[in-house]
Structures are given as structure tokens and as C-alpha cells.
Design a protein. Structure first.
Ligand code: 2HA
Ligand code: ZN
Length: 272
């Protein structure tokens, strides 16, 4: 048995929240993060859990997440203060056996509830758990400046948006060969945005919410962070290119495919 605060996944989660904040991706209470905890980790820490709290409705049904535990940031909590006060900033929530309710079993000691985007996080975990045979465990939502800025000027479709980003560095297609999904501005925390994002997650590991931010999923902290920082760096290059008058040259589709073939990656050719 060990304490929640000593668990490796917990410390990686808190450090990631802190890093995202220091990069300017999570102003005030902007952004949120959730991690599906493994059975082995739960076995180590569950002596600290309390099951006294009431069940609450999730708002969506996630049958394949029944009885799973999630570490998740709290609604209205600031990323900036999470590392200093994790027990008041994040919680561990258990999903009930029907996949329709959750219960806080650890954390948010002064009250509160999981992020307003919890339905979106859970629906996306549900999709990715199925597709990746349980490999994906982390879902992260951030508000990076350059990516958001581009959503005001780039075409609002997956193909054009992805290609504009892929064009910026050969690494982009290698890091997210399935591409990027883009959604229009939708009501934050709504069931509609949860469903629309989950639909995109059937194809993509990264979805851009127009005029809002990025949602991404992956196996662990470094892979999700790696995708988001690559999208945001490419976005920063593109903002500079547009500011200098726009592209004069661009890679060909063949050049983008060639890099992926070099690394045996299954690039989404429908976006080229
Ligand atoms: O305030 O980022 O999308 C948290 C959010 C909502
Ligand atoms: Zn947001």
C-alpha cells in the first residue's frame, strides 16, 4: 500500500498540469485533464479512498468504463495552484457499474466536482479504450495561443486544417499521422461537444475546438504532451509565416508521405 500522493501516475499528472500552466496553455481555470488509473495502481492506493459521497450523473453513458477510476482536475480549479494544493484541486472518481454515474472517492477535500468537461473526457476515454485495446489512458484539454489563433483564419475542415499544420515541419505527420479533427465553436461542457469530440476521436488522437483549444488522447503523459506541443509549435510557425505574407513554398503530398513511410507509419492519406 502507498499514499495517493506518492504514486508515480499521480505525480506525473500534477507535474503535467504544472508544466502546461507554465507554458501558458492553461490560464486561470482553463483546460482540464483526466487519467484512467490502472488496476495495479488502484490496488496500491485504495486504502485511502472513502466511498461515503453520493453518486452523481455523468450525463452520458460509458458502459466500457464501468468500475474504472479516473484522476481528474476539478471544476473551477486553477492549474497554477494545483501542485501546491493537489488535494483541493483534483479528485479520483469511480464510475458506477452502469457507466452512467460517478462518485468522488479521494480529493477535492473542501468540496467541488470534476471538470465541467468530464462528460467529454469520459466519452473520449470510452472511444479510445475500445479502439486502442485499453492502451490510451490520458485525455488532456488545453488553450494554446497559436493553435487557437489559427482557428480564426484557417478553413474549418479536417483536411485543410491538418494539411496546413502538417506542412510546417516533417515531424508533424510523424507525430500525428492520423491528422487533426476540427470542430466549430460549441458550448463548453455540453453533451453536444462531448459527442462531437468522441466522434472525431474515432479517427484522430487530436481534435481542435475552434476558437477554444485542443483535446488530445494518448497512452501516457509524454505522448499526449508531445502531440500537443508539436501541434502548437507548428501553429506558431504558421502564424509567423502568415504574418510575413503567407507561404511561398510548401512540401508536396509525396514528401509528407515519404517521411511517414520511412518510419512505417500509417498516414491518413485522405487528408492529403
Ligand atoms: O474552464 O477549459 O473547456 C475549463 C475549460 C472548459
Ligand atoms: Zn477549455
Amino acid at each position: 500500500m502507498s499514499k495517493v500522493s506518492d504514486a508515480k501516475f499521480f505525480n506525473e499528472f500534477i507535474d503535467m498540469v504544472d508544466l502546461c500552466c507554465s507554458l501558458g496553455w492553461n490560464e486561470r481555470n482553463g483546460g482540464n485533464m483526466s487519467y484512467r488509473i490502472s488496476e495495479e495502481d488502484i490496488a496500491q492506493i485504495k486504502d485511502e479512498f472513502s466511498y461515503d459521497k453520493d453518486w452523481a450523473e455523468i450525463g452520458v453513458t460509458v458502459e466500457n468504463l464501468a468500475n474504472e477510476y479516473f484522476l481528474v482536475t476539478g471544476s473551477g480549479k486553477y492549474f497554477r495552484y494545483t501542485k501546491a494544493d493537489p488535494e483541493n484541486s483534483v479528485c479520483i472518481a469511480l464510475i458506477d457499474e452502469t457507466g452512467t454515474k460517478y462518485k468522488i472517492v479521494w480529493g477535492l477535500v473542501s468540496g467541488g466536482r470534476p471538470t465541467s468537461e468530464f462528460p467529454t473526457h469520459l466519452l473520449n476515454h470510452s472511444v479510445k479504450k475500445d479502439i486502442t485495446d485499453g492502451k490510451h489512458r490520458l485525455v488532456m484539454h488545453v488553450h494554446p495561443v497559436n493553435t487557437i489563433a489559427l482557428t480564426f483564419v484557417l478553413p474549418q475542415n479536417d483536411k485543410d486544417f491538418t494539411r496546413e499544420i502538417w506542412d510546417m515541419m516533417p515531424e508533424c505527420a510523424v507525430v500525428f499521422p492520423r491528422g487533426i479533427g476540427i470542430l466549430p465553436l460549441m458550448l463548453t461542457g455540453s453533451i453536444d461537444i462531448a459527442k462531437a469530440t468522441a466522434e472525431k476521436f474515432k479517427t484522430y488522437d487530436v481534435v481542435v475546438w475552434s476558437m477554444h483549444g485542443i483535446f488530445s488522447s494518448g497512452e501516457d503523459f509524454k505522448s499526449v504532451f508531445g502531440i500537443i506541443e508539436t501541434v502548437e509549435k507548428a501553429a506558431e510557425i504558421l502564424v509567423k509565416v502568415i504574418s510575413m505574407g503567407g507561404k511561398k513554398i510548401r512540401p508536396t503530398a509525396e514528401q509528407i508521405v515519404e517521411v511517414c513511410e520511412e518510419y512505417n507509419l500509417d498516414i491518413n492519406k485522405s487528408l492529403l
